[in-house]
Design a protein around this ligand. Structure first.
Ligand code: KIV
Ligand code: ZN
Length: 385
């Protein structure tokens, strides 16, 4: 099976979520947890953007051993120099240079011609290569760039010595088919394309970031970029835990391995949520509080007989303690009896039927039934005797 490596940008693109601001200590703590998760590259920040970020990038670079630690940089000398200054003491330093390539960005943001964009890209990669063993180049808004121009830029940065070529869908605009086609096109048209690792970087504006990342993997990319819990600019980035679990759960379909320590997913998600203050919705895939919870009686009954009836992955695989059978108005007698037994109460069939009637009355009044509610129900029943 071929290897797809994970590039985590929780500390950079993720930190660009409105309202999020991580201290150097928090970034180091998250980076150490990402190292346990086994990500291959950590983007620690944007060294040239502020004194604080410079310091954080430096600290993460000095602390983390296994993953490559990169700083973001614009395609300008001073950003590349700042990134090197921050990371020259790192075990495995890298840089992530970006330059917009799409017509709309060239015209309104950069005011540069195609030739000027290519010259700047080539210069930046050559300059970075003087210091860094690992240079990634990103064609910002690559998803909306003319395919032939994308190929020309790719050829130039490969010639200049780039190690990784990332084509971001910066504004989350593409469909999975369109995104996959870009990589297939590059592989067919760009000379010496095998010299670089191709990378996917998706945003979730239309809710397609995970699907687009998986389409890129099917088209042959060797790296995917994203964040924990999918945090990031606007609607966020591709959620790495979703991509990882899609690849693991549908291994025979994708035929790739990641080398990630999946059991660290839940802990990493909780840590990122706590430190960024970004709440994870209950129904969030893989890491939401309800991702392994079952309420309906039919589902609970199935789960009690065989978990595979309603779960395609096990909670313990991602480090979640257990499946939760939530008692509510859709729950059945079977789950109710099991829950009472787990709390130490056993009843004969007649008693159980009476209690179940009262339980159902309660569920019409109360949305979620806690253990305390069940204790009251049982004690009331015992008092009646
Ligand atoms: O989404 C994007 O284009 C980016 C770049 C900086 C790579 O995050
Ligand atoms: Zn991005």
């Amino acid at each position: 099976m071929r290897r797809v490596q994970f590039f985590d940008t929780t500390l950079r693109d993720g930190e660009q979520s409105p309202g999020v601001n991580l201290s150097a200590e928090e970034k180091v703590a998250i980076a150490l947890q990402l190292e346990k998760l086994g990500v291959h590259v950590i983007e620690a920040g944007f060294a040239a953007s502020s004194q604080g970020d410079f310091h954080s990038v430096k600290k993460v670079g000095e602390t983390v051993r296994q993953p490559v630690v990169v700083s973001l940089a614009r395609a300008v000398e001073k950003d590349i120099d700042a990134a090197w200054e921050a990371l020259k003491g790192a075990e495995s330093p890298g840089i992530h240079i970006f330059l917009a390539t799409s017509p709309i960005h060239r015209k309104y943001k950069l005011n540069l011609t195609k030739d000027q964009v290519m010259e700047r890209a080539e210069f930046a990669v050559r300059h970075a290569k003087k210091y860094f063993p690992h240079v990634e180049f990103s064609t910002e808004d690559g998803g909306r760039t003319e395919k032939d121009f994308l190929c020309q830029v790719a050829a130039r940065v490969i010639q200049a010595g780039a190690d990784v070529l990332n084509i971001p869908d910066t504004v989350g605009f593409l469909t999975p088919q369109e995104y996959g086609d870009i990589f297939r096109h590059l592989k067919e048209e760009v000379p010496r394309i095998e010299k670089v690792k191709l990378s996917a970087h998706c945003h979730d504006d239309l809710g397609m970031a995970t699907a687009n990342s998986l389409a890129a993997i099917e088209a042959g990319v060797e790296q995917v970029e994203g964040t924990i819990n999918g945090i990031g600019e606007r609607a966020g980035n591709a959620a790495l835990e979703e991509i990882a679990m899609a690849l693991a759960t549908r291994e025979s379909h994708y035929q790739v391995e990641t080398g990630l320590n999946l059991k660290e997913i839940a802990k990493t998600s909780r840590m990122v949520s706590k430190m960024t203050g970004m709440f994870v919705p209950g129904n969030k895939a893989v890491v939401g509080a309800n991702a392994f919870a079952h309420e309906s009686g039919i589902h609970q009954d199935g789960m009690l007989k065989n978990a595979a009836t309603y779960e395609i992955m096990r909670p313990e695989t991602v480090g979640q303690t257990d499946t939760r059978l939530v008692l509510g108005k859709h729950s059945g007698r079977h789950a109710f009896r099991d829950k009472l037994a787990a709390m130490g109460y056993t009843f004969d069939d007649q008693q159980l039927n009476q209690l179940f009637v009262r339980f159902k009355e309660l569920t019409d009044r109360k949305k979620t039934i806690e253990d305390d509610d069940l204790v009251s129900l049982v004690e009331e029943r015992l008092g009646d005797e």
